[in-house]
Design a protein around this ligand. Structure first.
Ligand code: HEC
Length: 245
């Protein structure tokens, strides 16, 4: 028998709620057959949608503040200045500079990476630092020092651990005439709070730097030689890239 006299849906007879759906029963006035209708509970659904939207907004806001906060923290280092007037900002973007070479100091158990700006790299290619050839003004060498730790995946390999300091030398023969043409700057890293501290109480701090760097006076006060990136074929090195470096 076709059931034609279903009671109007209102008032609903809500018998259960499953997830976001309400089970609503209706009953035929003639035959008494009851039917169960499933209705999506928009109120409940919209509650979940509101929660999801809220979470999305919170995630977006948190990541915005984390990213910009980090940027601000790393940006603030650029205004730090050492007593000879050189700021961290002079080497802004150094993280992407060219690798000149690296050193491992056995007495300090530290690994150091030496980076250079493009002016410096060009100068190396033109033979600066050798045979008394000086680096031109504007050349910058950055040295980044780290403590070391064992590579967890290969115990005979060591790798950088904690950042110790970032320091640099900039050639400006007029401004730093009394320091053999180079300006020195060092920023000591505090891993505890992630900040840098300019090194040196007054301008004489440079004397300490010079006292060692004069050892390599003949190389224009630069210890580091450019580590060649050579293409080896067969038994010998047949082609050098970067004009002989
Ligand atoms: C005790 C000696 C000594 C003192 C003091 C010293 N340096 Fe150096 N510096 C070196 C040595 C050795 C190297 C070669 C890289 C290495 O072994 O770490 C070097 C390399 C550098 C380099 C990379 C360019 C190059 O010459 O190879 C920079 C930049 C630098 N030092 C900055 C400084 C600054 C800034 C100071 C002073 C705050 C300073 N150094 C004080 C010994 C010294």
């Amino acid at each position: 028998m076709k059931c034609s006299a279903i009671k109007p849906l209102l008032p609903f007879n809500l018998i259960d709620t499953v997830g976001n759906e309400n089970l609503i029963s209706t009953e035929c006035v003639l035959c008494g057959i009851s039917k169960i209708k499933v209705k999506v509970n928009m109120l409940k659904l919209s509650k979940w949608m509101t929660i999801a939207a809220g979470i999305t907004i919170i995630v977006v806001l948190v990541s915005y503040f984390v990213v910009t906060g980090e940027d601000k923290a790393s940006d603030s280092k650029y205004s730090l200045t050492v007593p000879n007037g050189l700021s961290f900002g002079v080497i802004k973007g150094y993280e992407n500079w060219h690798l000149v070479s690296s050193h491992y100091r056995t007495d300090r158990n530290e690994i150091r990476f030496i980076l250079g700006n493009s002016k410096l790299i060009e100068a190396y290619r033109d033979g600066a630092g050798k045979n008394g050839k000086p680096f031109p003004d504007g050349s910058i060498l950055v040295k980044i020092g780290y403590s070391v730790k064992e590579n967890p995946d290969w115990n005979s390999s060591i790798e950088p651990d904690v950042l110790k300091r970032v320091e640099y030398m900039i050639k400006d023969s007029g401004r730093f005439e009394d320091a053999y043409g180079w300006g020195y700057a060092r920023f000591v890293y505090d891993p505890g709070n992630g900040t840098f501290e300019p090194y040196g109480k007054d301008k004489t701090f440079q004397n300490e730097c010079i006292s060692c760097h004069v050892i390599v006076e003949k190389k224009d006060y630069v210890f580091t030689d450019y580590a060649g990136r050579q293409i080896h074929r067969g038994s010998g090195c047949i082609k050098l890239i970067n004009r002989g470096l």
